[in-house]
Design a protein around this ligand. Structure first.
Ligand code: TNX
Length: 720
């Protein structure tokens, strides 16, 4: 289903709620009784250092680490200019926090007590692989070329204290932890997309985001340069595109400089290149084109320019492809635009969009794809596009981007297979390669949970665990992980996508008060951290090295790096951020499983004795509970809508849980709320008898009862 059918949908589909429960538990959404605990897998070996992405292998080295001094040299063991460039990048990276101006020198072999960068390592390291070896005598990063050195430097950076990310001088010692690391990426393509069309990001903010993403070894920056709400790249031959088409953003009109000049774009490209990141420009079409239709009259069937658009809707525009005259006009427009963009772009890709075109006939869609891909291959560029492009004939070597979700996967192999799945099959059959951006894992504009101020939730809430716990090799298969439509050999990588339709606080109605619009970088930081590092690890680390319980611990350490760097991240529940003391006292939603599980509510009743139920989370008064500590260490839980307390109706297995006027003398109203190991969830046990609060299932209307603790996902609760 295209997501515009679901605009404004307030709640998460229950199917996706059930599926966000922990993957380690065997959970059937329809199960009436708790599922027995799955056998506990052997605990992964704890990683010595909090590195993200997790490297292929790392060992702590006994003894002290290497302490930097103002005299430490960065020794580059090569004459290669790019390798020397990585040396000066490292020097500049360390300067603000350390206050040191480390000299970069060329040396034939690694000197003692230096940070040595060797780009002449074995070819077996590949373009991005590297090793880091550090002990008290110094550090050596080895790679086969400058790019691998750069990736290794990002790891080296994480072996230093978090304060190294500070933009101001910190008085302290700087020791690189002693380690032996050997690493290489799982996928070559590891991208992030910025939607600069709906919300314009000035050049400085794009550069800042490049740095933030490069720290997690992201190597592609996909710029969504055009959409209904704005055209952001100057094309000399078509000055109206920026004179008219760049004057709007989603929620704003009247702009004069909301676009990148050729010089701006080149500056972004070269800044990205200095971080070994390739810019992927997207010119979306044949839909998402109102800004072009407002600027170039002959792209419209009546040859009249449309009014510029600054609203919130999608699926509202289409190039005119009804007759030969307009097909020709669109073709020559695309040639002009693709030429201009290809000219400015050293990277191999031009992304041609292709998403959300409900009004296009097959002939119209095909004719767009033919014109756009011809223009691209004529410039010797690789045609990219959203997965819908698979429905049309494609040039060899095309790269498509899958953005489907669980509700699409559910239909695989059924009579009602979703069009997205069919398009995927068609693209795979043509030999296209894929990058994976499943919207319910990798869309950074999805809200984390019901309390996220910005963003959408048409693909469900995407808490950090959901952006982490997926595998590109199974994400185009059935929900049980079998039957992947895109075979492993056709997967090029992953991409996180930060759309900006709702880069403001509030609902579908665009706010009129400017106070409800964060600066683009503030929106980007909050929505991307911690989820961008999660997707980065999906793309970089071997699947066998990935594990949520390890990731959440490592992520918690990275929170300190982001704080030092001034990144306003979302301190997501489920991650043990140091320094955040979580108390269960106060007003909470109480949800089963993850933060977007079904929530405990009083079924809208105010009467004594009503059974409590579970419902899709909305965090209204019926689902809000005041948790209050009692002198015996237990808690009472009072419902905000009714004022009544949760009470066990008995002490035997199967007893339901009801609400009743709060009364401290009734022991059935006392609950022991305990932390569970390895996640941020709780067990909630009745003080009478000790049986635990258990959801009958993860579906609307399910009852809660007391059962003995089996460790089932239906017995784990997030007190938000
Ligand atoms: C879908 S999925 C879009 C964008 C929106 C985004 C919002 C896809 C390729 N297109 O137009 O910005 O949802 O979440």
């Amino acid at each position: 289903m295209n997501r515009f059918h679901r605009r404004g949908r307030g709640l998460v589909a229950l199917a996706s709620v059930a599926l966000t429960l922990p993957l380690t538990a065997t959970l059937s959404p329809a199960a009436a009784a708790p599922t027995p605990a799955a056998p506990t897998p052997a605990a992964p070996t704890p990683a010595p250092y909090a590195l993200v992405p997790q490297p292929v292998s790392q060992q702590a080295v006994p003894g002290a680490g290497f302490t930097l001094t103002p005299k430490t040299r960065i020794a580059v063991l090569s004459k290669d200019a790019a390798a020397l460039g990585v040396g000066s990048y490292l020097s500049k990276l360390l300067a603000p926090a350390t206050g040191y101006d480390l000299k970069v020198v060329r040396k034939a072999k690694a000197p003692d007590k230096a940070l040595a960068l060797n780009p002449d390592g074995p070819a077996s390291l590949g373009a991005e692989g590297y090793t880091v070896s550090s002990d008290k005598n110094g550090v050596v990063v080895t790679a086969h070329g400058a790019q691998g050195l750069f990736r290794g430097v990002q790891t080296l950076r994480q072996l230093l204290p978090a304060a190294v990310e500070s933009r101001s001088k910190q008085a302290r010692t700087w020791t690189v932890a002693p380690a032996k690391i050997s690493d290489a990426p799982r996928y070559e393509y590891r991208g992030v997309m910025l939607d600069v069309a709906r919300r314009f990001f000035p050049v400085e903010q794009v550069k800042r985001y490049i740095d933030e993403a490069a720290a997690y070894k992201i190597n592609k920056l996909h710029l969504h340069l055009t959409d209904d709400q704005g055209w952001r790249i100057a094309v000399d031959a078509l000055p109206n595109l920026t004179k008219v088409g760049a004057g709007t953003q989603s929620g704003f009109t009247g702009g004069t400089d909301w676009y990148y000049t050729a010089a701006d774009y080149k500056e972004i490209v070269s800044y990205a290149a200095s971080r070994f990141m390739t810019v992927v420009p997207e010119i979306d079409g044949p839909g998402h084109t109102m800004s072009a239709l407002a600027s170039v009259p002959e792209l419209n069937c009546d040859d009249k320019a449309q009014a510029p658009y600054s609203g919130f809707e999608v699926g509202i525009s289409l190039y005119c492809l009804k007759d030969q005259k307009h097909k020709d006009a669109t073709k020559s427009f695309l040639q002009t635009v693709v030429n201009a963009v290809a000219e400015l772009t050293p990277g191999p890709y031009v992304h041609l969009g292709g998403d959300e075109t409900p009004q296009a006939t097959q002939d119209e869609y095909d004719s767009y794809v033919k014109a756009a891909t011809d223009a691209t291959t004529a410039r010797k560029k690789t045609a990219m596009g959203w997965h819908q492009l698979g429905q049309s004939p494609l040039p060899a070597g095309s790269l498509l981007q899958y953005w489907g979700e669980d509700s699409d996967r559910e239909t695989i192999g059924t009579a009602s297979e979703k069009p997205g799945i069919t398009h995927l099959r068609q693209g795979v059959a043509q030999g296209a390669k894929y990058i994976m951006s499943p919207s319910d894992h990798a869309y950074l504009d999805m809200q984390y949970d019901v309390s996220t101020p910005y963003g959408l939730s048409w693909s469900g809430y995407v808490p950090v665990q959901r952006s982490y716990a997926w595998d590109p090799e199974t994400v185009t298969g059935k929900l049980d992980g079998t039957g992947a439509i895109v075979p492993a050999g056709q997967i090029a990588g992953v991409e996180a996508a930060l759309w900006a339709d709702r880069a403001y606080e509030g609902s579908n109605n665009l706010p009129t008060s400017s106070t409800r619009w964060p600066a683009p970088q503030e929106y980007a930081d909050y929505m991307s951290f911690p989820r961008l590092p999660a997707v980065a690890e999906v793309g970089w680390s071997p699947q066998s090295a990935r594990d949520w319980s390890s990731f959440r611990q490592r992520l918690a350490q990275h929170g300190q790096r982001w704080t030092a760097a001034g990144i306003g991240f979302h301190a997501a529940p489920g991650v043990p951020w140091p320094g955040t003391v979580r108390t269960v006292e106060g007003e909470h939603g109480i949800v089963v499983g993850n933060v977007d599980g079904v929530g405990l509510e009083n079924a809208g009743s105010t009467s004594d004795g009503t059974d409590l139920v579970l419902w899709a989370p909305n965090r209204g008064p019926k689902q809000t509970w005041t948790v209050a500590a009692q002198s015996d260490g237990t808690y009472t839980m009072a419902n905000k809508a009714s004022g009544k307390c949760a009470e066990a109706s008995g002490s035997a297995a199967g007893a339901t849980v009801v609400q009743r006027s709060c009364d401290a003398a009734r022991t059935g109203q006392r609950w022991r709320i305990t932390d569970r190991p390895n996640d941020d969830r709780h067990s909630i046990a009745s003080a009478v008898g000790g049986l635990v609060l258990t959801a009958g299932s993860a579906t609307n209307g399910a009852k809660v009862t007391l059962q003995s603790d089996t460790g089932s996902a239906l017995q784990t609760w997030t007190v938000d």
